[in-house]
Design a protein around this ligand. Structure first.
Ligand SMILES: [Zn+2]
Length: 507
């Protein structure tokens, strides 16, 4: 077996691991490397979509391989002399962009393997992605590009083509999902259906087993891949969330693997101990129960577990939880997996916008129209609601006009100067509305300082990771998704295989 870490060997995210044996190959994740993208790009400067993969290729933001969608390759880029790896499928560990954000670029014949929840979230990300011709979120279906002119240097969406989609291999059964997968709320164009199979029904060249694990997004999955040797890939995981027991099951099952490829997000950080999701609930509940006026809860958009935590808090405190239409669309997507109506007890914020996007009209408004609430209704009874808003939603608060009230920041700390500036702006908004702020403050130097206890990390702590690795007791450990791969070497010595990006290891 040959293992190549093409990306994400020494960064948090951007994971792209290739496994090969006897002419068969798999990718384990194919994420976007934010650390590397940010060397060149920021909010208002990004790759030019009319040039397909040209810019990413030249800047070294994607590996130089002959595995990409033909319609994204302009004529002045020749990828044909680069390695054409066998890729029977890409196994997606979870729906965070640092793990799936470059999958859309891969050749359209490459199937996706993912949990039904992960596939549903990815599809919803594509459905709700802002318009234009950007290709980053185009999975499992995509817009075909064609040459705009004879030269073939400029690419544009082919207006006459419906959306092709990839073959999807689900790690578990979810019959109702098919209809949602091939339903197009983006435009009048149709999604051309492809096959949907379940793991085991499709020959992948390896035996692949999937295990649900706990992470800050639902649907996270660890994989065991068996060829001549067996390996386990954790994806991102933790033990201190609601589904911690699932992670424990995976650890027991991974007991016989020879190679463990594991994340190490928190090993290099000066860490305090874990805050559990349960503690977040208790701490936030106390704040909400003492709050007068509006409560705003700010947590990351696809952290559905946190959303459920705040829904429980709202019920407990006699308030209603108000979410954005986009949040509602994702809860609808989750319903397509397990049938659970997560919108039953929540309200949907009726944004003042000139036009409503198609996905909102056709899916959210159509199915949950009675759940909508207007900004003025919230303005009149502020003490009745917890509003799930983040920095980007601040302008809309000018319609609600909170006076006083409480703001709870329940997300990760800032990294980098750009983010610190965003916190300064957020702080200005919060002061404008007179909020009592929990979770962070801005100090006299204009730097954000974060308060502990209102956010639970999505990742296993350093101490727990030691115990996990010792329990699995593999012959070899390959660290990824970490800024500190040498920490593994210090702890497990010769067993640790530290690979550089693009470096191949053969066993
Ligand atoms: Zn993640």
């Amino acid at each position: 077996m040959k293992i190549t870490v093409y990306d994400g060997a020494d960064t948090i995210g951007g994971t792209k691991i290739h496994v090969e044996e006897k002419g068969n190959g798999l990718f384990l994740d194919f994420g976007m490397n934010f650390a590397r993208y940010s060397l060149y790009y920021e909010e208002f400067i990004s790759e030019r979509s009319a040039r397909g993969i040209h810019d990413l290729w030249h800047l070294g933001l994607i590996p130089k391989l002959n595995i990409y969608r033909k319609d994204l390759i302009p004529r002045d880029l020749d990828t044909s002399s680069y390695p054409k790896l066998p890729v029977n499928a890409v196994l997606i560990s979870h729906a965070h962009l640092d793990h799936v954000g470059n999958v859309a670029l891969l050749d359209g014949s490459i199937p996706l393997v993912g949990s039904p929840t992960t596939i549903a979230i990815i599809k919803a990300l594509n459905d709700t992605a802002a318009g234009g011709s950007h290709f980053g979120m185009e999975i499992p279906y995509y817009k075909v590009r064609k040459n705009r002119d004879e030269e073939g240097h400029i690419l544009e969406a082919d207006r006459n083509s419906h959306y092709p989609s990839r073959k999807v291999i689900l790690t578990g059964k979810a019959e109702q999902l098919n209809e949602f997968l091939f339903y197009s709320p983006k435009s009048k164009k149709k999604i051309i259906p492809n096959e949907v199979k379940t793991l085991g029904e499709e020959e992948l060249g390896f035996e692949v087993k999937a295990f649900p694990v706990d992470h800050s997004i639902y649907g996270a999955t660890a994989h065991v891949v068996e060829g001549d040797v067996s390996l386990a890939y954790t994806g991102d995981f933790r033990l201190h969330g609601k589904n911690g027991n699932e992670t424990k099951k995976f650890i027991r099952e991974a007991g016989n693997v020879s190679i463990l490829i594991t994340e190490g997000t928190r090993v290099g950080r000066e860490e305090h101990e874990n805050v559990s999701e349960e503690e977040v609930y208790e701490n936030a509940l106390e704040i909400v129960e003492g709050a007068k006026g509006l409560v705003v809860a700010d947590f990351s958009a696809r952290n559905f577990e946190r959303l459920e935590t705040f829904e429980k808090i709202a019920r407990e405190a006699g308030r209603e939880l108000v979410i954005t239409a986009k949040d509602a669309y994702f809860l609808h997507a989750l319903k397509m997996v397990d049938g659970a109506d997560r919108l039953e007890n929540v309200r949907i914020y009726g944004n003042f916008k000139a036009t409503r996007q198609r996905w909102e009209t056709l899916v959210v408004w159509e199915n949950y129209g009675d759940r909508y609430i207007s900004p003025f209704e919230i303005r009149a009874n502020q003490e009745n609601y917890i509003l799930c808003f983040s920095f980007y939603d601040m302008p809309h608060l000018l319609d609600v006009m909170p006076h006083g009230g409480v703001y709870i920041y329940s997300s990760s700390e800032a990294f980098g100067e750009e983010q610190e500036f965003s916190f300064l702006r957020l702080w200005n908004w919060l002061r404008y509305f007179g909020f009592e702020v929990h979770g962070f403050k801005v100090d006299e130097h204009g730097k954000p300082v974060f308060e502990r206890g209102l956010h639970a990390s999505g990742h296993v702590s350093r101490e727990e990771l030691v115990r996990v690795i010792d329990e699995i007791d593999p012959d070899y450990i390959i660290p990824v998704h970490t800024e500190n791969p040498m920490w593994f070497k210090e702890n497990w010595g010769e067993k640790t295989v530290v690979l550089k990006n693009g470096e191949r290891w053969e066993i």
